[in-house]
Design a protein around this ligand. Structure first.
Ligand SMILES: C[S@@+](CC[C@H](N)C(=O)[O-])C[C@H]1O[C@@H](n2cnc3c(N)ncnc32)[C@H](O)[C@@H]1O
Length: 168
């Protein structure tokens, strides 16, 4: 499992290499901040997660954390240069809501790195393990995101995840 997660993070980091990663960065569903331990040169990152347990295991000191639900973010419109949402969309029932919230928070020309879990044996296994997982086809997510004003810049695929890089 660790190796799979490392592969997913490597794909995300590879996509983020196309982004300036300066200015304000928001990580939605940051968990233990694994992504930012690999990008320790980045500053001004706010990690949002509703799990206090995850904050207790935060790996990164360059990440300021806020305990909140990602559909009710306590931030003003158009304040972020880059938003990451890695491994979280599969826990969200209404994908339009999380994409709209990211669109609201992003500055013009800002970047979004967004991942999803396509339907597979892995999503079946995760459900059997008790996770309420919403599996989605990448085409549907891309169509929805484009209808909200995002442009797809690049994408990657790993064993359990698809990674999409958007701009507005
Ligand atoms: C699979 S983990 C991914 C963590 C991290 N982004 C990574 O890639 O290592 C999903 C995280 O999303 C958080 N999460 C799930 N639903 C959430 C919600 N509605 N609001 C805030 N955080 C949420 C969980 O607490 C968990 O830390």
């Amino acid at each position: 499992m660790r190796r799979i997660h490392a592969g997913e993070l490597a794909a995300c980091i590879n996509l983020l290499e196309n982004c300036p990663l300066s200015g304000k960065i928001l990580d939605m569903g940051c968990g233990d901040g694994a992504l930012w331990s690999a990008l320790s040169h980045c500053q001004d990152i706010i990690g949002v997660d509703f799990s206090v347990k995850m904050f207790n295991s935060l790996r990164q000191s360059n990440l300021m954390h806020v305990c909140a639900a990602v559909l009710e973010m306590p931030f003003p419109d158009a304040g972020c240069d880059c938003i990451t949402a890695i491994g979280i969309s599969e826990y969200i029932d209404d994908e339009g809501k999380i994409l709209s919230e990211m669109h609201r928070l992003l500055k013009p020309e800002g970047y979004v790195l967004y991942t999803l879990s396509p339907p597979s044996i892995w999503t079946v296994l995760r459900r059997l393990l008790g996770h309420r997982i919403y599996a989605r086809h990448p085409r549907d997510t891309i169509t929805l995101a484009e209808s909200l004003g995002f442009k797809l810049i690049d994408q990657k695929e790993t064993l359990m995840q698809v990674q999409l890089l958007f701009r507005i």
